[in-house]
Design a protein around this ligand. Structure first.
Ligand SMILES: [Zn+2]
Length: 737
């Protein structure tokens, strides 16, 4: 970092207009950082990413499989070769769920045996790989049933209500549902079916969701073909993620394990997955009332609710032994602040080849670590430690990241500056970034300095695709939203679950960022999500994969090298105010709508939700936001005058890092003690859920709990305002003589 040639820096200055300082950097350190980032930007190559990607996607590599273990050793070897330090493979012994047998037949009115297999295509030899599994859902219960079939659209509670209105009882029956619109996590569909007393659940991919209704299908287009199967897990990880037998602690060798019968995240219902190829013969034979218009799918037939005519036989036999998952870890130790960690991570396990999910991310990560390793060898080492992790078992229950997070909770709580997650790196060209409120402005700032393959800056490309999404959303009746997207609403600061950031944010209270490039993608979790698909449709030429390596790396470096950590608490506080105001307006947060964003200075009187007065919370959020803005201004002013004195910077950074920890409630949110963050959680559907403790209590009209949860939030806001005030006072204090 410090060995950069002064000559080069001068040349850079002379050839360009005086560049703006980066947030958290003085003038001199900004110039150094710019050089470091330019060096990084020059290193990743699409051809290297492609090479990594080809290797990673050569074979199916599900969680806990021998191939995924082999890939763990491959990643570890690469990291060593690339010059990373402290390379380790951590082993966790976890409850697994791998099928020995899944069979599904229609026994009446006509016999049909579901193949549960995906068709091969000559144009893509990988589709002929004999090691591809048949369709199954991990964490299904084992058992056998023969019963009538009922159709329940998306398998959400309101769908069962409609069946009930039509006099259709699902108890003891097999329910067939679609991967739905509106979306809900398949584990929520399983829980709902279980609660309603169904004997088993079948989930299939209707062409209306991700098949021919949407456009050309594989191998001619990006959408799912007739036989594609969306494998997946139905784990109840919205209650507690990770290994079901070690809820809240790490599943290391010799760890205490509970009995599977007592594990709340293990479903008690049988479930299986189908393609529409296998679902159609069943649906066509169904009797019962015609399903409503918005229950009709993309198949050329009349969808019926079902009654008694179609009977199916389902047998599921799962192997639930305890087997190892492997997490790979490596570091580039920081030159000045080795005990402050910036973590990048991606899961390695895939349902099959994992073309997009997740091997696109793993390929981007390996190319990034290669670049950072090379820079380190050339003397450009980060000030803070940069760590990299390759997770296992994400697809089953966020398992590897959760176990690793639980094992190293003590260190992580104190040392982790931020976790930067990339699950899928690129299924298309449209950038989507998510972050906790305090890191949202940094993501926008970084996007301005990077080039998008479309010829504009990443920032401009991002704005364009976000505006397109917004327009589409408004056109489909999503409510009013202006077509132009301003900087403040580019980053998605409503963070749900469904990927490896969960343990860091929700259990450990550390700031998180999520990055992805997306596009039309109808082969998710099928064997067609593979090398061919990525090269033909997702990212031909690997330009977005490569941009991801750069973006991910620049973010990591910007955090690792900052004099003052570039967190924006003014922005964060305003977000909290917005979340509160959405509650006081009565309803829950409208999807995509940001009604009050930017107006957090508005009145605090009259902000009520039923019997709950949210005025004091809103006032506390405003106070926190205001102090955050003052601190940001003071830091900017101090850094404009030159570098901060080291001890002062250290005290400041400690306080900045402590803010996120203070959002944790030690008891967790009511009913889900593992989820401790007071600002963010996920609904059982995986949808984002802001202010979870308060929101869920308000929805239940449980005013005692709502008041108690609000008091906790006010207390956290007050503590954090105090912390920022101390930081402010310390910053302004003159140095001792
Ligand atoms: Zn994934």
């Amino acid at each position: 970092m410090k060995k950069l040639s002064a000559l080069f820096a001068c040349a850079l200055l002379a050839s360009t207009a005086p560049a703006q300082r980066f947030t958290g950097y003085s003038g001199a350190s900004s110039e150094r950082e710019r050089e470091v980032e330019k060096a990084l930007e020059a290193l990743p190559s699409p051809e290297n990413v492609r090479r990594f990607h080809r290797y990673l996607t050569a074979e199916p590599h599900p969680a806990g499989s021998e191939r995924n273990h082999e890939l763990a050793r491959y990643v570890a070897a690469e990291w060593k070769r690339q010059g990373w330090q402290d390379v380790a493979i951590h082993r966790y012994d976890v409850y697994t769920s791998v099928p020995r047998q899944v069979t599904l037949e229609m026994v009446a009115p006509v016999p049909y045996t579901a193949g549960l297999r995906e068709a091969a295509y000559d144009v893509d030899p990988d589709t002929k790989n004999p090691r591809v599994s048949r369709g199954y859902l991990a964490m299904s219960a084992s058992g056998e049933v023969t019963a009538p079939l009922v159709y329940a659209r998306g398998g959400n509670p309101e769908d069962y209500d409609l069946l009930e209105k039509n006099g259709i009882d699902v108890r003891g029956k097999v329910v067939i549902v679609r991967y739905s619109n509106p979306y809900s996590y398949r584990g929520f569909k399983a829980l709902t079916a279980e609660r309603r007393g169904a004997a088993a659940l079948l989930i299939y991919s209707d062409p209306a969701e991700d098949g021919f209704t949407r456009g050309a299908v594989f191998p001619d287009g990006p959408w799912g073909p007739e036989t594609h199967l969306q494998r997946g897990s139905i784990t109840y990880d919205f209650i507690v993620p990770g290994d079901p037998l070690t809820p809240g602690w790490a599943s290391t060798a010799g760890a205490r394990r509970i009995k599977p019968e007592g594990a709340v995240s293990v479903p008690k219902i049988m479930a299986a997955v189908m393609s529409w190829h296998d679902a159609k013969p069943l649906l066509e034979q169904m009797d019962g009332p015609e399903a409503p218009k918005d229950w009709q799918g993309g198949l050329p037939m009349t969808y019926r609710l079902g009654g008694s005519r179609v009977r199916v036989h389902l047998k599921v036999d799962m192997d639930n032994s305890v087997k190892p998952n492997h997490v790979v870890e490596a570091r580039l130790r920081g030159t000045e602040l080795p005990d402050e960690w910036v973590l990048i991570g991606n899961h390695r396990d895939a349902w099959e080849f994992g073309g997009v999910d997740p091997s696109s991310g793993t390929a981007s990560m390996l190319e990034l670590t290669r670049a950072l390793g090379k820079m380190a060898k050339n003397g450009m080492r980060p000030r803070r430690t940069i760590m990299a992790c390759s997770w296992d078992g994400e697809e089953v229950g966020l398992t590897g990241s959760t176990e690793w997070g639980e094992q190293f909770a003590g260190d992580l709580s104190r040392k982790l500056v931020a976790y930067l997650n990339v699950d899928s790196s690129a299924s298309g060209p449209d950038f989507q970034g998510s972050a906790v409120g305090s890191l949202a402005p940094l993501l926008v700032e970084v996007s301005r300095t990077l080039d998008d393959p479309s010829g504009t800056s990443l920032y401009e490309a991002w704005k364009k695709s976000a505006a397109r999404d917004t327009a589409r959303f408004a056109a489909t009746g999503g409510g009013e939203r202006k077509a132009a997207v301003d900087d403040d609403s580019l980053v998605d600061t409503r963070i749900g679950s469904g990927s490896d950031h969960t343990v860091f944010l929700n259990a450990l209270g550390r700031p998180v960022v999520g990055l992805t490039f997306s596009g039309p993608y109808g082969v998710y979790h099928s064997m067609y999500d593979n090398y061919f698909w990525v090269n033909r449709f997702g990212d031909p030429g690997y330009r977005y994969h490569t941009l991801m390596s750069v973006l991910w790396g620049v973010l990591a470096l910007r955090l690792a090298n900052a004099e003052v950590l570039p967190f924006d608490f003014g922005f964060y506080g305003r977000d909290v105010g917005t979340f509160l105001k959405e509650l006081c307006s009565g309803g829950g947060p409208a999807r995509g709508a940001d009604p009050a964003r930017g107006a957090a200075g508005a009145t605090t009187a009259g902000c009520r939700a039923g019997e709950l007065d949210l005025g004091p919370a809103l006032a506390a959020a405003n106070e926190f936001a205001g102090t955050g803005r003052q601190l940001k201004e003071a830091i900017d002013a101090a850094l404009a005058a030159g570098p901060l004195e080291a001890k002062k910077a250290a005290r400041l950074n400690r306080r900045i890092m402590d803010v996120e920890s203070n959002w944790l409630s030690p008891e967790g949110i009511p009913g889900r003690p593992w989820f401790k963050h007071m600002l963010y959680a996920a609904r059982y559907t995986y949808a984002h859920l802001e202010l979870p403790g308060i929101t869920e209590a308000v929805e239940r009209q449980d005013w005692t709990t709502a008041r108690e949860q609000t008091a906790r939030l006010v207390s956290a806001l007050t503590t954090n305002t105090g912390l920022l005030r101390e930081a402010l006072a310390d910053l302004k204090r003159p140095p001792p003589l």
